[in-house]
Design a protein around this ligand. Structure first.
Ligand code: NAD
Length: 544
């Protein structure tokens, strides 16, 4: 990479006067498909009556992307009123209808891939490849939930205490109108992973988008509306987190929150006041273990993808690597070489490997944590510099060694392209180090032996463990649950677990009339003996 020139002044949405309209950006830095009219057509779908807007920048250049309409609390309340009415008909429409609509939405997502890629890149500063993963993930989540909902939520028969005398079934009733609160880093795929199962289960959705991810969510919603989802069934609101997100939380029948652990705690406390259920998908400080029988070159190449995708602004990306001593030198050499070779830049095509951080706040956080670590004695093996020559928020993928507990990046989530590599002697030491965190979202194990990797995986406290992969195995497996333990969250999205969040189980038991249940003391006296015999017989037959 060429040497970095000095930092130019960086425009900021807090200082809109300093922002230059996107029209003046070089053609290569704003995709042709995303004109002002397309953006206006999308933002018209936001529930916002007041006419207030907030400036949203495009991270590749720091210039104004658009003025986002913001909602008021009354817009949120109106969205809930409309959604509750629409939900009644949607729930009655049944699984077959909902499945057909959602599968059409899946097809429209695929048809609109190029436009969606442009929008995701323009809002996030991701590379085309990383935006492509988001689109594929959104389509996969939509397809899975469309197809699986009928099977998972059909309801079933359960054993009763008195077979033939009582029959029992469980059926699932949609919870109603769900509040979905989504962060800026993966709005398209996270939106689909929460909204598609809610709709498939028969719920309505009021979604609070982050300013920096609203266009991605609106474009996803458009695909669903064009596929046949009623407009009122899925509303999008925008604006201040505590005010508008707070109003979404207050009125919801269930809350799906994705974001930081600090905000997750606030939302859990607020939801507790209404006894509303929550799923909380929160932060991580995810470890990757390289055992001494792993191929160091392959592990290094995969680890770089796991650390630096979306510039590390991905909840499941890797921030800590523990490598066993026997392979440590070879791994670190390869890892540093792969990291330095990553092509960084702003491009609406597949010519780059890493993109930009998304905001000035992210750049400040990442450069602050690296400076703190280096000042306290950590060694910079690669990266460690901002790259204003590429764009205002670009930062080099960074590898540190010698990170210790007093450094900020040791225990907190950096949420950036920074990874600390440490050497360990044994498997057990690697497991203890991996678990030495308040978080427990994702982990990864590299080994030449599947049996060994599985043994290590079994000791790790995390919601997902990937073997010989960083995060993509579990993240792309939308039929399997995704979520965290410890401070990384509560509940799960994806898989049957993700669908079951959106329904209330209702137990329906029926007296068949074959035998009258005891009512009086006499009845109990007569039936006590046979009933005790029946209990013993059921245990003998291993009937629950
Ligand atoms: P954040 O918590 O600041 O904001 C997330 C969303 O919550 C935004 O839409 C925001 O406007 C809204 N919000 C803020 N305060 C609120 C409040 N009091 N009530 C209701 N809503 C409120 O998080 P962020 O910085 O946007 O996102 C980054 C964080 O998200 C990281 O910690 C990352 O690990 C986490 N994340 C987790 C997952 C996961 O699946 N576990 C996925 C993506 C991101």
């Amino acid at each position: 990479m060429p040497a970095s020139p000095p930092n130019p002044p960086v425009p900021s949405p807090r200082n809109p006067a300093a922002l230059t309209p996107a029209a003046s950006t070089p053609a290569t830095l704003l995709p042709a498909r995303l004109g002002a009219a397309d953006i206006a057509a999308l933002t018209r779908d936001i529930r916002s009556r007041a006419g207030a807007t907030i400036a949203v920048i495009t991270p590749f250049t720091g210039e104004l992307l658009h003025d986002l309409p913001v909602s008021r609390v009354s817009d949120v309340q109106e969205a809930y009123t409309r959604a509750r009415l629409a939900q009644l008909a949607w729930a009655r429409a049944g699984f077959t209808h909902r499945r057909a609509v959602l599968l059409r939405a899946h097809d429209l997502i695929l048809e609109r891939t190029e436009l969606l890629l442009d929008i995701v890149q323009a809002e996030s500063g991701k590379t085309r490849g990383q935006a492509f993963e988001e689109v594929v993930q959104a389509a996969g989540a939509t397809r899975y939930n469309a197809i699986a909902a009928g099977r998972v939520l059909r309801g079933d028969r359960r054993s009763s205490a008195l077979p033939l005398v009582i029959t029992t079934r469980v059926r699932y009733r949609p919870k109603g109108t769900v509040g979905v609160i989504t962060p800026w880093n993966y709005p398209l795929s996270l939106g689909a992973m929460d909204v598609a199962p809610a709709l498939a289960a028969g719920c309505a959705v009021v979604q609070k988008a982050d300013d920096q991810g609203a266009l991605s969510i609106l474009a996803l919603r458009r695909a669903f509306i064009d596929a046949g989802v009623p407009e009122a069934l899925w509303s999008v609101v925008t604006g201040d987190g505590p005010e508008i997100g707070g109003a979404v939380t207050d009125a919801a029948d269930y809350i799906c929150f994705t974001g930081s652990t600090a905000t997750g705690r606030t939302i859990a406390a607020q939801a507790a006041g209404n006894l509303t259920g929550v799923s909380l998908e929160l932060g991580g400080n995810n470890p990757l273990i390289v055992l001494d029988d792993a191929d160091p070159a392959r592990a290094a190449a995969d680890a770089a993808t796991a650390c630096f995708t979306a510039m590390g602004q991905l909840c499941v990306s890797i921030e800590r690597i523990y490598v066993q001593r026997g392979v440590a030198d070879a791994f670190l050499r390869e890892f540093v070489a792969v990291t330095r070779a990553l092509v960084s830049g702003a491009a609406y095509d597949y010519s780059t490997d890493v993109g930009s951080l998304t905001s000035q706040a992210q750049l400040d956080r990442v450069s602050g944590q690296v400076a703190d670590a280096v000042a306290a004695g950590a060694v910079l093996e690669a990266g460690g510099r901002a790259r204003p020559d590429l764009g205002p928020y670009f930062y080099e993928p960074t590898v540190l060694t010698g990170v210790t507990a007093e450094m900020e990046c040791f225990a907190s989530e950096t949420f950036g392209p920074v990874v600390a590599v440490s050497v360990v002697d044994t498997e057990q030491e690697a497991i203890l180090a991996a678990n030495d965190s308040d978080y427990g979202l994702n982990a990864s194990v590299f080994s030449g032996s599947v049996r060994r990797a599985l043994r290590v995986a079994a000791g790790i406290e995390a919601g997902s463990v990937n073997i010989n992969e960083g995060y993509r195995g579990s993240l792309s497996s939308v039929a399997a649950p995704m979520g965290g333990v410890k401070q990384s969250g509560l509940g799960r999205r994806n898989g049957p677990e993700g669908l079951l969040r959106f329904v209330e189980p209702v137990t329906i038991s029926r007296a068949t009339g074959i035998l009258q249940l005891p009512r009086t003391g006499r009845d109990f006296e007569r039936l006590a003996g046979p009933m005790l015999l029946l209990s013993a017989a059921l245990k003998g037959l291993r009937r629950p």
